[in-house]
Design a protein around this ligand. Structure first.
Ligand code: AR6
Length: 178
């Protein structure tokens, strides 16, 4: 599913984010920047040890923050490590919104043209998928209506069910149905 928002293509795909060749892929990180399971585990396995070493140099960031490393051996040249909230810690919606906006900002600051997001916080961190879709898609649409050099933003969803939730939510926001 594809829509245009202020000249930028916003795309939904189903699959493994570590296979994508966007300028950056976003890692669903923790505040310590220790690559654990889920998306982070796939990045660690396919990208090689260099990514964790770069994370160790940075040391960590706040919940809602985003930092950048190289993509190691991955097709994507950069990884943007975005820290989403854990369900139950408080102020989750705003933290997820900030994690999305800060990732887009970091991409722009580095002159990147394309970025791919997973559904941050909806795996090990336990945040509900529908609310995630609403928050991340709204934040992205809002960001793209401002000044940006981004040409393509992808949401890469693991499994048909999660893809369908994002597709419904994107349809609701843009009025486009597919
Ligand atoms: N490609 C795309 N999406 C994926 C992939 C993949 N390869 N693998 C999982 N997902 P999670 P979180 C989906 O757990 O909830 C780690 O230990 C998954 O189905 O990766 O933010 C980190 O180090 C779910 O919908 O991230 C942190 O400590 C979504 O990606 C913590 O988990 C996010 O799941 C972060 O937890």
């Amino acid at each position: 599913m594809n829509v245009k928002i202020a000249g930028c293509r916003l795309e939904l795909v189903e699959g493994d984010i570590t296979e994508l060749d966007t300028d950056a892929i976003v890692n669903a990180a923790n505040a310590q920047l220790v690559l654990g399971g889920g998306v982070a585990g796939a990045i660690r396995r396919k990208g090689g040890p260099q990514i964790q070493e770069e994370c160790n140099q940075i040391g960590g960031t706040f919940v809602g923050g985003a930092v950048i490393t190289t993509g190691g051996k991955l097709k994507a040249r950069h990884i943007i490590h975005a820290v989403g909230p854990q369900l139950g810690e408080g102020d989750e919606d705003e933290k997820l919104r900030k994690a999305t906006l800060n990732s887009l900002k970091v991409a722009d600051e580095h002159g990147l043209k394309s970025i791919a997001f997973p559904a941050i916080s909806t795996g090990i961190f336990g945040f509900p998928i529908r609310e995630c879709a609403e928050i991340m898609l709204h934040a992205t649409a809002e960001y793209l209506r401002g000044k940006t050099g981004l040409e393509r933003v992808v949401f890469c969803l693991f499994g048909r069910d999660r893809f369908d939730v994002f597709a419904r939510e994107l349809g609701r926001i843009t009025g486009v149905r597919q």
